[in-house]
Design a protein around this ligand. Structure first.
Ligand code: BGC
Length: 355
């Protein structure tokens, strides 16, 4: 009796397992992870008429502005993995921060007959040329990370941008400072004295983060004093050098170090520690991206906070929009930007973002 019951139980368990695995008949590489099917948070409803059946497979060329960029490394790895898991043939190339080189890479992909392109432009100012090239060749194209203007994109209806609204990340950086006990005014002199370490100023992310982080403070009625603004080109070493120079020049006057991204903030932190300053006690430090290194520092109290720049979400969005394009979708002018939300990361919620 006992044995019969045990056998019956085993049979039920086996059946349940098979059902949960969808009968186990899917090839291992098409099942994907849970996150891979995630749509960006705020895909506009109007865009575009999605095809019934997304195209399966195809050759995809991916152009990254440079491989040697901390955030774009996370992004491109996520993108490549998702594309491969969906059965696409993928070639990812390094533009080495050289627009002429990237133009050649785009032309080579076109000559090779790729089905779609995903492009992280080296220079936003080159968008017109890039768009004209892919339009001439009729290649469906997703632009990522560096957003052209709506007017530029309107030139080609098989083109879409997937990224984030950089104004949101700047505002969140300002809010991180407003959330501190003295709202960034550590010395109580009635104003927030800061230095700004900027990314590549040609890039709209750098422009908006610089503007909107400070705007959040002034909108909240704070007086601000900019001690220095220096371009650090998104680069850790430059972040360190700039911050070290500013600390030597302005010393205790610096209450807040705004960095347009985390890699520069990690560099700035090295300079802050070398100058024997203590984050969250006598200086505040914020970045953007939520790189693993920055999450660790937020958790250790060595960064005031950061802002998640959702690489996985953006990669998933780029793949989803690319599939729509491959299925024949077109985009109306002014509906060619698809945004994924940024998220504020503080010591209270940092655990949710750490892997
Ligand atoms: C990221 C930076 C990155 C840049 C590259 C930005 O959105 O925050 O870390 O260097 O994109 O274009």
């Amino acid at each position: 009796m006992k044995k019969t019951f045990a056998l019956l139980l085993a049979a039920i368990l086996m059946l349940a397992t098979l059902t949960a695995c969808g009968g186990g008949d899917k090839p291992a590489d098409t099942t994907g992870g849970d996150q891979q099917t995630q749509e960006p948070a705020n895909t506009p409803e109007e865009t575009p008429e999605a095809p019934e059946e997304p195209a399966a497979g195809g050759n995809i060329g991916v152009c990254i502005y440079k491989f040697d960029d901390a955030f774009m490394t996370t992004y491109r790895n996520a993108l490549e993995k998702m594309l491969k898991e969906k059965g696409f043939e993928v070639t990812v190339v390094d533009g080495n921060n050289d627009q002429a080189k990237q133009n050649e890479q785009i032309n080579t992909f076109i000559t090779q007959g790729v089905d779609a392109l995903i492009i992280n432009p080296v220079m936003t100012s080159a968008a017109d040329t890039i768009i004209a090239t892919v339009k001439d060749a009729g290649i469906p194209t997703v632009l990522i990370n560096r957003e052209p203007t709506a007017e530029q994109m309107a030139a080609y209806d098989k083109l879409v941008y997937v990224g984030c609204d950089a104004r949101q990340s700047g505002t969140m950086q300002g809010e991180l400072i407003l959330d501190t006990p003295n709202k960034g005014d550590i010395n109580g002199d009635g104003k927030v004295s800061y230095i700004m370490i900027q990314g590549d100023p040609e890039n709209v992310d750098a422009q908006y983060r610089t503007e909107f982080s400070v705007k959040a403070l002034t909108d909240a009625g704070m007086e601000v004093e900019e001690l220095n603004l220096t371009r650090g080109d998104w680069d850790r070493e430059k972040g360190q050098t700039i911050c070290a120079n500013d600390l030597a020049q302005f010393g205790d006057k610096i209450e807040v170090v705004f960095c347009n991204n985390d890699d520069m903030a990690i560099g700035a932190l090295q300079a802050i520690q070398a100058a024997n300053r203590k984050v969250n006690e006598d200086i505040y430090l914020v970045g953007v991206d939520a790189l693993d290194a920055a999450l660790n520092e937020v958790s250790n109290g060595n960064m005031t906070g950061t802002v998640l720049n959702d690489a996985e979400g953006q990669a998933a969005g780029a793949v989803a929009e690319m599939e729509k394009l491959l299925g024949g979708a077109t985009y109306a002018a002014n509906e060619q930007s698809v945004y994924v939300d940024y998220v504020k990361v503080t010591p209270d919620n940092v655990g949710d973002f750490m892997k």
